[in-house]
Design a protein around this ligand. Structure first.
Ligand SMILES: Nc1nc2c(c(=O)[nH]1)N[C@H]1C(S)=C(S)[C@@H](COP(=O)(O)OP(=O)(O)OC[C@H]3O[C@@H](n4cnc5c(=O)[nH]c(N)nc54)[C@H](O)[C@@H]3O)O[C@H]1N2
Ligand SMILES: Nc1nc2c(c(=O)[nH]1)N[C@H]1C(S)=C(S)[C@@H](COP(=O)(O)OP(=O)(O)OC[C@H]3O[C@@H](n4cnc5c(=O)[nH]c(N)nc54)[C@H](O)[C@@H]3O)O[C@H]1N2
Ligand code: SF4
Ligand SMILES: [Mo]
Length: 686
């Protein structure tokens, strides 16, 4: 007998509501949930393949432990014994920084990944933290930290109300959006055009998104900061800058103007491969539109001058008066945020409080660049110990970090490595212990991160669609036990870690003077007393208690664990203006020309006259794939146009690169020739 269950899709940032058909413990179908308050039935091919992703036979069913050089099936007890035996000697002999923690992308898509890694890091005391964010959106965090004093204060384009969208280095028709949670992003772009709005896309490639645009600027890769600086220059030069109601919240407008003086359209045009008229058109479009939003993503972040480009995205929004106003870019207020602090000066944003040992890279948000992981393992210096053990949680850096070959070798040289990953793949194959989390249908879901980046203020939670299969362990419990094993408390009750997670959440809340619970004693908070933990008190189906505290009960429902389908009163609301409340800079204002940015501008000035020799390759995402995984799911491997190098037919000597122009690159109906990767059936030795 089949039944239906609701599940928020964890496969990208759009957070669509799915209706799953469940047969026993198997998900046999997935549809878009038409009643979902946010996604209203939207689904993409990945979401539609939820059942295949969930039931992928390549998923590991239990832990693996290396014995005699080979990874073999083991019990959970043996696995955590091996973690404790492997990690503790490294910490005791070489200190906490010798343990590298690598946090990959799926951590932002799981409840466990949101709540437990901070406890792991705090308990270990290591500074060797390497994250996927550093090959993704870190430049935006740094820019927001400097401008607004809060690395997480990222303005989100008001897609549904804007009159003009300038979209830079993003391809939401394939990615479904990022740092802008908007289920059915493609539909929202089409609606923009249908209501008479305009779309400009800046992308070296003619992407599906670019094809929708009224104006497509095919920029030379890595030069967006120059183009945007020239656009800002024109806003000043042609007297188009009008900050409107933002004026009292801004600091450094005159200095900003001065700093952009030599980024004239003529000075940047050659480097960007665009006509000098282009920045003028961009500036005039932005200034003329009743409202406009500027949105930059991967192509403006993970590129040379990514921090400056990210900063300039917001500079353009601010100079045209579009920050914090409907139709512009807004700071969402997630329903699960703690009560907003009152406006006023904050502590500011600290950058480079420590540096990586070998390359001297500054930390940002306590994170070091993933690109430095290999050198931190394979290079000895006088300053300190190399990383000798790695804890990788939901991370496949051998594929997703630069110079994966070097990392591949470096990981092999570690004293110990543990991977929390459902697959045996390019990275986890180096581990001594692999701890597989259950498939998504067996896990609860709530978007801690994406609700703070959403085009609607809303909150949803879904309980596991399927009970944990025998032999499976919830990812929260895996991480709790891993924390105990890593910190010399192996064998203690993992409920103590749950209690710690809850306690930390509550302590933060009671410390904040403006919080309605300020001054209360977390230990005496009856529903959350540390003695009553998530599992013991509520069973595996209930939301973890820190979550229950945060998820507001939808009207008329007693149990927030039910898929939230709030009443009309609780329909998602459009984000509203919030300034100056989100600002945490020392001045309490938007600091338009922060010192680290000003210090970096000469480097950008020098880039006006540089052109790299040879070809520059840019990445390409595909609608039916996801970062480093999902390659072997048959439902997602079909279709044409995959694993191909796209090259412009007019590229000099195109044929010398061994490829044909796109139109000729594949016979009609020809299937992808991507070789399957990492097809390692669970349980076999690697
Ligand atoms: N060449 C190139 N490199 C890139 C990019 C690119 O476009 N091109 N993109 C960059 C970007 S934006 C990002 S975010 C990174 C992403 O790169 P990573 O951070 O490596 O993330 P993923 O590849 O999404 O997944 C990492 C691992 O998580 C595992 N996983 C899946 N679900 C779960 C789960 O529920 N729990 C746990 N514990 N693990 C799970 C997967 O099996 C996989 O091994 O790659 C970056 N690197
Ligand atoms: N289907 C699918 N969806 C995904 C993912 C996936 O792998 N597959 N990954 C998820 C993740 S982790 C992320 S971070 C998001 C990313 O979401 P997006 O940023 O929307 O995704 P990309 O497709 O990487 O888009 C980047 C665009 O930048 C362009 N580009 C490259 N270099 C430059 C440049 O120098 N300047 C400019 N202006 N453009 C440039 C590329 O051609 C590409 O079209 O997608 C998420 N969603
Ligand atoms: S757009 Fe993203 S969240 Fe929505 S169904 Fe597709 S993968 Fe899932
Ligand atoms: Mo990403």
């Amino acid at each position: 007998m089949s039944r239906t269950a609701l599940r928020i899709c964890p496969l990208c940032e759009a957070t669509c509501g799915l209706t799953l058909t469940v047969d026993g413990s198997r998900v046999t179908a997935a549809r878009g949930d038409r009643d979902d308050v946010f996604s209203r039935g939207f689904i993409c091919p990945k979401g539609a393949s939820f059942g295949a992703v969930d039931g992928d036979p390549d998923r590991l069913r239990g832990p693996l432990v290396r014995r005699d050089g080979e990874l073999r099936e083991a019990t959970w007890e043996e696995a955590f014994d091996a973690v404790a035996a492997g990690l503790r000697p490294v910490v005791e002999r070489h200190g906490p920084h010798a343990v590298g923690v690598v946090l990959g992308n799926p951590n932002v898509h799981t409840v466990a990944g949101a709540l437990y890694p901070p406890v792991l890091l705090g308990a270990l005391g290591t500074r060797s933290l390497f994250t996927a964010s550093t090959v993704d959106q870190m430049p935006k965090h740094v820019s927001s930290g400097l401008l607004y004093g809060d690395a997480n204060a990222i303005p989100v384009p008001d897609l549904d109300r804007t009159d003009h969208l300038l979209l830079i280095g993003a391809n939401p028709l394939e990615s479904n959006g990022s740092l802008c949670t908007a289920p059915d992003f493609p539909g929202r772009l089409k609606a923009l055009k249908a209501r008479g709005g305009t779309l400009t896309v800046v992308d070296p490639r003619r992407t599906r998104t670019a094809k929708l645009a009224d104006r497509h600027i095919a920029i030379r890769p890595g030069t967006d900061a120059l183009l945007l600086a020239a656009t800002a220059h024109v806003l000043f030069e042609e007297d188009l800058a009008d900050v409107g109601a933002l004026a009292p919240h801004l600091d450094g407008l005159a200095e900003l103007r001065e700093s952009l003086r030599d980024f004239t359209p003529e000075a940047v045009a050659a480097a960007c491969d665009v006509d000098a008229e282009v920045p003028r058109l961009l500036a005039r479009d932005l200034a003329a539109a009743p409202t406009a939003a500027v949105y930059g993503r991967i192509g403006s972040c993970t590129v040379p001058h990514g921090t400056l480009a990210s900063w300039l995205v917001d500079v353009l929004t601010i100079l045209t008066g579009n920050l914090d106003r409907p139709g512009g870019a807004l700071f969402p207020q997630a329903a699960t945020d703690r009560t907003p602090r009152p406006a006023g000066p904050g502590r500011g944003f600290a950058l480079g409080r420590w540096r990586s040992r070998v390359g001297g890279h500054p930390e940002a948000k306590g994170e070091l660049p993933l690109s430095a992981l290999a050198e931190e393992i394979d290079t000895a210096t006088e300053e300190g110990e190399p990383v000798r053990a790695v804890i990788a949680v939901a991370a496949n850096p051998v594929l997703s970090a630069p110079d994966g070959d070097r990392l591949d070798k470096a990981l092999e040289s570690l004293d110990f490595m543990v991977s929390v990953d459902p697959y045996l793949n390019e990275t986890s194959r180096h581990a001594h212990v692999v701890l597989p989390p259950p498939p998504p249908a067996q896990s609860p879901h709530h978007d801690f991160a994406f609700n703070t980046l959403a085009v609607r203020n809303q909150v949803r939670y879904t309980r596991p669609a399927v009970p944990l299969e025998p032999g499976r362990m919830a990812e929260t419990e895996i991480l709790a036990r891993l924390i105990l094993a890593a910190t010399g408390m192996h064998g203690a009750d993992p409920a103590t870690v749950d209690a710690m997670v809850i306690d930390q959440t509550l302590r933060k809340a009671v410390r904040e003077p403006h919080s309605p619970v300020h001054g209360r004693d977390p230990a005496r908070w009856p529903p959350c007393s540390p003695a009553r933990t998530a599992r013991t008190a509520a069973g595996p189906d209930a939301p973890p208690r820190p979550l229950r505290r945060r998820v507001r009960r939808p009207a008329g429902r007693a149990d927030p664990g039910e898929a939230a389908r709030p009443s009309a009163r609780h329909r998602p609301r459009a984000a509203a203006p919030r300034l100056p409340q989100p600002l945490k800079t020392r001045s309490g204002k938007v600091e338009l020309l922060p010192e680290p940015i000003a210090r970096d501008l000469p480097r950008l000035r020098a880039a006006r006259d540089r052109r790299p020799a040879g070809l520059v390759l840019v990445g390409r995402r595909h609608l039916r794939s996801n970062n480093s995984w999902m390659h072997n799911i048959p439902a997602l491997t079909g279709g044409s146009n995959r694993c191909t190098l796209h090259i412009h037919p007019r590229t000099p000597n195109a044929s010398a690169y061994g490829t044909r122009p796109p139109s000729a690159s594949r016979a009609p109906g020809e299937r992808s020739r991507c070789p399957p990767r990492s097809r390692t059936p669970s349980g076999r030795a690697w």
